[in-house]
Design a protein around this ligand. Structure first.
Ligand code: B12
Ligand code: SF4
Length: 463
């Protein structure tokens, strides 16, 4: 194949919010940086606008990244590109979790990481020896891998077009939560990018805020403290407005590292408390035990070091009964969390959880992949009806994301900072809740749904 250009596509879903797309297409920026200089490469982000498919022809190699919820859209784009003669490669989460499905309509399916297979795919396309499937699940060292090129930084317009820049510092998680897809995509081996590469990337992108893509950055407090100390030392020297990372609760046991994190401009930890229901302990993979007193202690400790806490909760676990919604809300309201996310348990392909649900006949029939967005019920809960879980989720989201609640949490988060920092902290104090409210908006809701605080939840009689 004589490749005239390579086009990397992010299938759209969110669109623009107040003129910008929510987050930079970081996955595609890394992949585009692996394209040899002599081949023109473009990133097409459908959240920014309609894709110029008329520019695809038989000399275009198209790469599409896939999550489960956008895989149907990815397929439509792929069919269109193939009809124009292009060769189409699908990679990313869904291609990794369900390759047997994707191979039916893609020219090439890239399973696992693309850091090594993507350059190979480009070479094979040029030499007309493309294979149907490429797999990289070796979880190789990240040093020097897919460093963002200046060409890609210049073409992406991160500052103009996107609210949040993303950034990868570590990758992988050694835990084994049975609902988790991230470990299938990023592997169970925790790997670290060299700190000088991280600093160099931040400086060349000229970003002052970023959201870490790392699945369990906080676990490194325990498993790689030396790396974390060096990283924080390096980040402390940069002129950053703040950054956020995902963590599990045990970061609360490392006060010295929390103090360093603050000096390194860490703004917020997203912490997976997952459930306030101790009956769900089995499902939480050891990182959380449903113990409310412990949650409060962690939140207070992290706050005491000037770092915010975004609480992540999953609803619909097997131990949950209809009182979980009010109990969770009561905890959240009293907890002083800076922002909060509720998701409905979702059995993604390739997980142990899905295998269990299939075995037990609990997957709802005829649910399309675009409903796998964690805001829809796609399975039969154990101790509730589908309708109860749906309505309970609606109820808690309406309470949590009512404008006044968002304002109160944001103002509380802002007050944690010194007055002279208010201006630069304002965006991040409110943006997380606003983004979660946007996610809930994709829900198929009752026609009279309003963002107002609803009355007391009444889920009886059993629906
Ligand atoms: C950052 C992130 C986000 C960002 C997206 C930012 C952005 N614009 O890219 C935000 C916070 C907005 C987000 C939102 C959501 N996310 Co998310 N997210 C992630 C996270 C933590 C990291 C992804 C990432 O950027 N990694 C860094 C880049 C460099 O690596 P990568 O994407 O894995 O890409 C590599 C390979 O996959 C491969 N590859 C990827 N694409 C392609 C394409 C080709 C052609 C090739 C060859 C290779 C290839 O090569 C790359 C280099 O090795 C993952 C967890 C994970 N570990 O994957 C979850 C994850 C992808 N998200 C998930 C979910 C569920 C969501 C939400 C539905 C959550 C919600 N309730 O709102 C929404 C959906 C939004 C949407 N429209 O897609 C799930 C997806 C599950 C699934 N089966 O699809 C994951 C796996 C986390 C989880 N819960 O398990 N997410
Ligand atoms: S701790 Fe998080 S990233 Fe790690 S396996 Fe559990 S859910 Fe997945």
């Amino acid at each position: 194949m004589d490749i005239q250009k390579i086009v990397l596509i992010w299938p759209g879903r969110e669109g623009r919010i107040f003129g910008k797309a929510p987050g930079s297409p970081y996955t595609l920026m890394r992949l585009a940086s692996l394209v040899p200089d002599e081949i023109p490469v473009e990133i097409w982000d459908e959240d920014l606008g309609a894709l110029p498919m008329h520019r695809v022809d038989a000399r275009t190699l198209v790469g599409i990244t896939s999550k489960t919820l956008t895989i149907e859209r990815a397929q439509k784009i792929a069919m269109d590109a193939r009809a124009r003669g292009a060769r189409v490669v699908i990679g990313g989460t869904h291609a990794t979790l369900s390759p047997e499905e994707v191979t039916q309509w893609a020219d090439v399916t890239a399973v696992g990481e693309g850091y090594y297979t993507w350059p190979q795919i480009i070479r094979d396309a040029m030499n007309d020896r493309l294979q149907k499937v490429y797999t990289d699940e070796s979880w190789a060292n990240l040093a020097g891998v897919a460093t963002l090129s200046d060409r890609v930084i210049a073409m992406t317009h991160e500052h103009r077009d996107y609210w949040t820049p993303f950034m990868e510092i570590t990758r992988g998680c050694p835990r084994d939560c049975h609902f988790c897809t991230a470990i299938r995509v990023s592997g169970k081996i925790m790997r670290h990018r060299p700190i000088d590469e991280v600093v160099d990337e931040i400086e060349r992108r000229r970003i002052k805020r970023f959201f870490l893509t790392d699945d369990n950055f906080g676990l490194n407090f325990r498993t790689a403290p030396d790396y974390i100390v060096k990283l924080f030392d390096a980040l402390a020297k940069l002129n950053l407005n703040g950054w956020t990372a995902q963590a599990e609760m045990m970061v609360g046991n490392f006060p010295e590292l929390l103090a360093m994190a603050r000096r390194a401009h860490l703004d917020k930890f997203f912490i997976g408390f997952e459930s306030i229901n101790a009956d769900n302990r089995r499902d939480l993979g050891g990182k959380s035990k449903g113990g409310i007193e412990e949650y409060k202690r962690v939140i207070n400790t992290v706050h005491a070091h000037g770092i915010g806490v975004v609480g992540l909760f999953v609803l619909g676990l097997d131990g949950d009964t209809p009182d979980v919604f009010e109990n969770t809300w009561n905890f959240v309201r009293a907890s002083e969390l800076d922002a909060v996310s509720f998701t409905i348990m979702t059995p993604y392909p390739g997980t142990e959880l899905r295998r269990e649900y299939v075995e037990q006949g609990r997957l709802l029939p005829n649910i399309s992949w675009d409903k796998y967005d964690t805001a829809h019920v796609v399975f039969q809960p154990k101790h509730m009806s589908v309708e109860q879980l749906r309505r309970g989720y609606d109820w808690i989201c309406r309470r949590a994301y009512a404008s006044l609640e968002i304002a109160a949490r944001g103002a509380r988060a802002l007050r944690r900072h010194p007055l002279h920092q208010y201006q630069r902290r304002a965006f991040s104090s409110f943006s997380t809740d606003v983004a979660y409210r946007q996610t809930v908006s994709y829900r198929d809701r009752e026609p009279d749904f309003r963002w107002r605080t609803p009355a007391r939840l009444n889920l009886t009689p059993q629906l």
